[in-house]
Design a protein around this ligand. Structure first.
Ligand code: HEC
Ligand code: HEC
Ligand code: HEC
Ligand code: HEC
Length: 360
């Protein structure tokens, strides 16, 4: 524990107290599972880059991360879906065989219990009467965007609908803008700190670290590079917001801070691990998903799917990662769905106008 404190003194920043306190909290959390835990060294000797895993929690996660049966690839020959069907706007260039396999697969990934009718009007599959179908069409474009344009985060592993949905219509980990304790009639602290009724990761850090960083693009970096605060104007309050975000990132991935940082200098990229660079792109990707996909679907989601402030459900790191350093432990489900979901999207248009079938 003396290492982060020492580095705090060395760099001489306002964050000293916070960093030591937070680290202590994180250490506590990461070792919350009962012993024995397993330690894995991830950096040079002496740098203290050391991850602590609980083998029993890992075993549970392995079970959770089982992937469903993947249907064998279909032939690319024959009529295109855009020609064969009436209202196919994104997946036009797939063969009918590929399209049918995709429909069967997304049913398993998103609505296995509800079936085709979760999105479709069984009387006419071409109609867009269910809001879920309009959302699903936009989700197809979103997945193509992730796999095609955000390779510096998802690399060739990529994602499918299953990464987030895991067989549920509503992914397990989503978030909404948080109006804070005041909305519940509880006196609010001036600094947006968590209240005992709404703790963030058991701490009293700010209760909504998501809105400023994963929807808006406020500056996350708060530390200065000189011993005395000459040019760095970041406040303790800003620092606490950064720490709240970092705590949520650590929890989302099930890792300690030193999975990405060398805690003797959180700010220094040259002492950070390559995972921190991947994470940096991840933050930008999540902002893109929230602003250009989930927020844009606001008019489509029914009120009961929205937050207390009327905002859309949104994505954060845990939506895909679900407590694991790589979603599904790095298994790629995209391999045989490259034509369908490999992206980038042929059209980025919103495609929300309802389909009107031709008269009989
Ligand atoms: C999670 C939502 C969802 C589920 C579940 C789903 N579909 Fe679809 N389906 C869509 C979307 C979205 C489109 C339009 C795709 C596009 O515009 O590229 C579509 C289009 C279709 C079409 C083309 C209709 C036309 O004439 O335009 C058929 C046929 C179809 N689906 C069949 C099925 C079958 C069969 C199942 C169940 C095995 C199924 N779908 C399950 C979302 C879904
Ligand atoms: C990056 C994570 C992510 C991926 C990948 C993803 N989704 Fe979603 N999806 C969400 C979130 C977040 C919501 C909003 C949850 C809600 O509706 O309350 C959502 C909602 C939906 C809904 C509406 C469910 C409801 O009951 O309101 C459908 C249908 C859907 N997604 C289909 C898909 C399909 C099909 C794919 C793959 C082409 C896909 N999603 C991929 C995150 C994702
Ligand atoms: C998965 C990787 C990852 C983990 C785990 C992580 N961080 Fe970070 N951290 C980052 C990235 C990336 C940035 C820079 C974000 C940006 O500039 O957009 C950052 C920035 C920071 C900063 C600001 C540095 C500066 O230049 O001012 C601090 C402080 C920080 N993290 C502390 C922590 C703490 C404390 C933890 C553990 C609770 C933690 N981080 C866990 C990736 C991570
Ligand atoms: C759309 C799904 C998705 C979201 C959202 C997401 N990630 Fe990832 N992330 C992935 C995939 C897929 C990989 C695996 C890439 C690979 O195999 O190299 C990954 C890999 C990573 C890695 C590299 C791990 C390693 O050991 O190399 C880090 C770090 C990471 N993500 C951090 C984050 C952070 C931080 C966030 C939130 C700001 C985030 N991710 C949000 C899908 C996602």
């Amino acid at each position: 524990m003396n290492k982060p404190i020492k580095s705090g003194i060395l760099t001489g920043f306002l964050v000293v107290g916070v960093s030591a306190g937070t680290l202590f909290a994180v250490r506590q959390l990461s070792s919350m599972g009962h012993p024995p835990v397993v330690g894995v060294q991830r950096g040079f000797r002496g740098t203290g880059l050391f991850q602590v895993y609980n083998p029993r929690s890992l075993a549970d996660l392995m079970v959770q991360a089982q992937i469903p049966v993947i249907l064998p690839p279909a032939s690319t020959d024959g009529l295109k879906a855009g020609e064969a069907f009436q209202n196919v706007r994104v997946m036009k260039n797939l063969s009918v065989g590929q399209f049918t396999r995709l429909m069967a697969s997304i049913t398993t990934w998103v609505a296995p219990e509800q079936g085709c009718a979760y999105c479709h009007n069984p009387d006419n599959m071409a109609l867009d009467t269910n809001y879920t179908k309009v959302v699903a069409r936009r989700m197809m474009q979103m997945v193509q965007n992730i796999n095609g344009n955000w390779k510096n985060h998802v690399h060739n592993t990529g994602v499918t609908c299953y990464t987030c949905h895991g067989g549920n219509p509503v992914p397990k980990n989503i978030w909404f803008n948080n109006p804070g304790p005041a909305a519940k009639g509880i006196a609010e602290t001036q600094t947006g700190m968590a209240h005992p009724t709404q703790p963030i990761n058991y701490s009293s850090l700010p209760y909504d670290p998501f809105t400023p960083f994963l929807e808006q693009d406020n500056t996350i970096r708060v530390q200065g590079s000189t011993a005395l605060p000459t040019t760095n104007r970041s406040s303790i309050k800003q620092t606490e917001w950064t720490y709240a975000l970092m705590m949520s990132i650590s929890q989302s991935l099930g890792v300690n801070c030193d999975y990405c940082h060398n805690t003797r200098s959180f700010r220094d990229w040259s002492q950070s691990t390559p995972a921190r660079v991947t994470a940096w792109y991840g933050i930008r990707m999540v902002r893109d998903l929230n602003n250009n996909y989930l927020d844009k679907l606001n008019g489509v989601f029914p009120a009961y799917r929205k937050g207390v402030l009327g905002d859309s459900p949104k994505v954060y790191c845990a939506t895909c990662h679900q407590g694991i350093y790589k979603p599904l432990f790095g298994v790629s489900m995209l391999t045989t769905f490259k034509d369908e979901l490999g992206g980038p999207p042929a059209t980025t248009e919103m495609l929300m106008a309802p389909y009107i079938p031709p008269p009989d």
